[in-house]
Design a binder for this molecule. Sequence first.
Ligand code: NAP
Length: 284
Amino acid sequence: MIIDGKKIAEELRFKLKKEIDQLPTNLSKPGLTVILIGDHPASQIYVRNKEKFAKEVGINSKLLKFEETITEQDLIQEIHKLNDDSTVHGILVQLPLPSHIDSGKIISEINPAKDVDGFHPNNVGNLSSGNDALVPCTPYGCYLLLKKVIPNLSGLNAVIIGRSNINGKPMAQLLLKENCTVTITHSKTKNLKDLCLTADILVASVGNPQMVKADWVKKDCVIIDVGINRLEDNGTKRIVGDVDFENVKDLVKAITPVPGGVGPMTISCLLNNTIKAYKKINSI
Ligand code: NAP
């Protein structure tokens, strides 16, 4: 089975739109502000898509653009203004930031209740304590895709390749909460292939094109491929994941394609987080 992330992401946006349509009319609509610094081309595309889909579901989306030269202090001031703005329920600072700005410091200045990327230490702590939290969008999207295929994840062996703060670690927390037995692997892990062969659930978040081969996966495994890698063969550009999709897809129970798997879920989960933040702020 190929997991259709595009369709599942669309279904989530449809549900969110319906939810927004039914919100009390005396309240302002949910508001999301994205801060973009500099003119990083990939970031510009991500931000444009975020705005487009936010508008589509009825979220008031605003983009604040600043020059690459903005100081850390000025950026913090802008964040404080958004923290105090009652029409803003979600704040997202598009990463990466220029090297003179400490992204950890910036994220810590966002009101955790409006931290729709789920990167603030309070949200990270709440997620790892098993409490309610705004969860990072990509791993939450992976989790929703998995739940579509296997509604009850309890007792399954999950192997995660990659320990990043944005994907690998929060993914592990989500799966632990579902009573999976979780193994987090990374670049220093020994016998990675053998560990992958124990996986009922395999999540690859590495950034290494097609590294997971057909003889690394067991039958009935469900694979979530987070990787986005750009390849060029004889002048033809294409995007592939961290899994050798063509040779793996017929061996396993289910797999996400790249593109069209995890990617589309990330924005839908951002909108989901914005509405979650809105409801909590308004005690709905
Ligand atoms: P990251 O911060 O670069 O982390 C990569 C992880 O992979 C690290 O933990 C690293 O280990 C590990 N690793 C590297 N080489 C390895 C190897 N040979 N064997 C085992 N582990 C290895 O990456 P990320 O931010 O998690 O992103 C990973 C991929 O997902 C990228 O392709 C990125 O473009 C993609 N991505 C997709 C979405 C989406 O919406 N679909 C969102 C975000 C990212 P160490 O910790 O030891 O260095």
